[in-house]
Write a protein that binds this ligand. Structure first.
Ligand SMILES: *Cc1c(COP(=O)(O)O)cnc(C)c1O
Length: 327
């Protein structure tokens, strides 16, 4: 799938922070409701094809945008698709979302497990399929979820080129790029793009889960090291300083959000006509606003990458029906 560059344009800054705010609409990527997972899934499918595998195994939870996109691509390519689906602590196994409904529609085979059983569930599923004579592809590599970091990082290392093209064509150069950081694939890719371009931008990932800071950074580092290795380049200690991960805006962990985030979602829709959600983009956008305040950033050109998650916006909207007069 050839992907056209998504729109980048200036938006209103509801906080009037004295910066120029731009948005890159990755939510408008033209497949399966868009989002960064369209590019990342593309990278996985290319790798899968290269390795000659015939069954896809994804991992995620009921909110997963990645699993939705992968399920969609598998359906149209007639590749059988399994999804190892974990549940957050205290979350019901019956929980459903727009993404989980779409996955059902796309005939994904769901294998449910608790969060502490992921490795054994992946292994059991892989072994069963191998015994049946298949060559399964697990998106994250081995049963512990490592080994494929370079593949997922490649997606946004390449997308970075599109940001550079925009800058060159428009004569607008960004000082900062902000985005929601979850698995770290997007951040690893963008930061590699920045290193390879040797430009002055600061890439700031806003951590959206309660993943421990050191571990989150080390996963981003692995993605960068693996991707750069594929280009015959080394990852140095200097490069490490280019990883900027803000872990103080997580609001208690993955999928958790509060009234401040909800207000941000309402106002961004009203002011800029952009749909965000409480798990990723709304949390990251608000985190960016706080970061700008906390680090007293002004007079800069700032790009927010809208990484998608449109179905999650509707999940949230469905909970708001009685309460939309609050704007
Ligand atoms: C997965 C996801 C992210 C986080 O991207 P990573 O590459 O996993 O860090 C951000 N926003 C949305 C909407 C996502 O689905």
């Amino acid at each position: 799938m050839e992907l056209e560059r998504t729109p980048i344009y200036e938006i209103f800054d509801r906080k009037q922070s004295g910066n120029q705010l731009y948005i890159m609409r990755e939510d408008l990527l033209p497949f399966s409701l868009g989002g960064n997972k369209v590019r990342i899934a593309n990278a996985f499918f290319e790798d899968m094809q290269k390795k000659g595998c015939d069954i896809m195994i994804a991992y995620g939870n009921v909110r997963s945008n990645l699993c939705r996109v992968i399920a969609n691509e598998c359906f149209r390519k007639k590749i059988p698709c399994y999804m190892i689906c974990s549940f957050e602590e205290g979350e019901s196994e019956e929980k459903e979302t727009s993404n989980s409904h779409l996955m059902q529609m796309l005939k994904v085979k769901i294998v449910k497990c608790r969060k502490n059983q992921i490795a054994e569930t992946v292994e059991a599923t892989m072994n069963r399929l191998i015994q049946e004579g298949h060559k399964p592809y697990y998106i994250y590599g081995n049963k512990f979820g490592t080994g494929n970091e370079g593949v997922s990082a490649s997606a946004y290392a390449k997308a970075y080129q599109e940001i550079l093209n925009f800058e060159k064509n428009q004569g607008i150069f960004f000082d900062y790029i902000f985005h929601a950081s979850g698995t770290g694939a997007t951040q690893a890719g963008l930061t590699c793009g920045h290193l390879l371009a040797r430009d002055k931008k600061q890439i700031v990932g806003i951590l959206i889960s309660s993943r421990e800071y050191e571990r989150a950074v080390s996963i981003i580092e692995t993605g960068m090291r693996e991707y750069l290795k594929g280009l015959g380049k080394e990852f140095s200690m200097e490069d490490q300083k280019e990883i900027h991960l803000a872990s103080e805006y997580t609001k208690g962990g993955y999928g958790q959000y509060d009234e401040e985030i909800e207000q941000c979602i309402r106002e961004e829709f009203a002011l800029n006509g952009v749909a965000m959600d409480g798990t990723y983009t709304g949390k990251a956008f608000l985190g960016m606003e706080h970061y700008i305040e906390d680090y007293q950033i002004s007079g800069k050109k700032i790009l927010f990458i809208h990484t998608g998650g449109t179905p999650l916006f509707y999940d949230w909207l469905g909970t708001q029906k009685k309460d939309l007069g609050r704007l």
